[in-house]
Design a binder for this molecule. Structure first.
Ligand code: CMX
Ligand code: CO
Length: 153
């Protein structure tokens, strides 16, 4: 079901400061910056490696407000690892299978993610305390169901 770790999402207060730290310390390169209003974040993707069905990245996340998933997380726990995202070949099919195994789906259908991907979240309480994201990279969307593309529209 999982092809690779797509990204590790890290919550931070100051995106620019954290980007500078990761570039300076780990020699990583920012390959995309986005504001995702639906998810309540301003974010940057730093490339690590290329893998099966897409790359792997560090995702730095700054909340757009206090009443957003990342804003609430920062207030409760402070900066740190917020979620782990796995690359899947077909996010609609993965949701169907995983939901059928009793894990609560935070998204019943895929939403828009970084760099044109389709994403969906699983409840952390059903995954041993780890907020889990499923990612279908854009290059795979043409190969599968039509509703995986632009699913949030
Ligand atoms: N990792 C692990 N546990 C988490 C968590 C996280 N990131 N966020 C919340 N929790 C835990 C809390 O600690 C809390 O547990 P306790 O009851 O034991 O204290 C419980 O889950 C409920 O948390 P809450 O603070 O009351 O927050 P909500 O239930 O309102 O929301 C969640 C939690 C996971 C449902 C919500 O954050 C969500 O829908 N997340 C998915 C969307 C998202 O995170 N988007 C931003 C990233 C976008 C991207 O990657 O592109
Ligand atoms: Co993410």
């Amino acid at each position: 079901m999982f092809m690779r770790i797509d990204h590790v999402g890290i919550a931070c207060h100051d995106l620019e400061e954290k980007i500078a730290f990761f570039e300076r310390t780990f020699e990583l390169t920012v390959v995309a910056r986005e504001v995702n209003a639906e998810q309540g974040v301003k974010e940057a993707m730093l490339h690590i490696a290329d893998g099966e069905g897409g790359g792997s990245y560090i995702q730095l996340l700054e909340p757009l407000g206090a009443d957003t998933p990342v804003g609430k997380f920062l207030a409760k726990r402070g900066e740190g690892v917020h979620h782990v995202a796995f690359g899947v070949p077909d996010v609609v099919r993965a949701l169907d299978t995983i939901g059928g195994r009793g894990v609560r789906l935070l998204d019943e259908r895929p939403r828009h993610g970084s760099m044109g991907s389709s994403i969906a979240f699983l409840h952390p309480k059903d995954v041993g305390g780890m907020l889990t994201e499923l990612v279908q990279a854009p290059e795979r969307q043409a190969e599968t169901t039509p509703n995986a593309r632009n699913a949030d529209t």
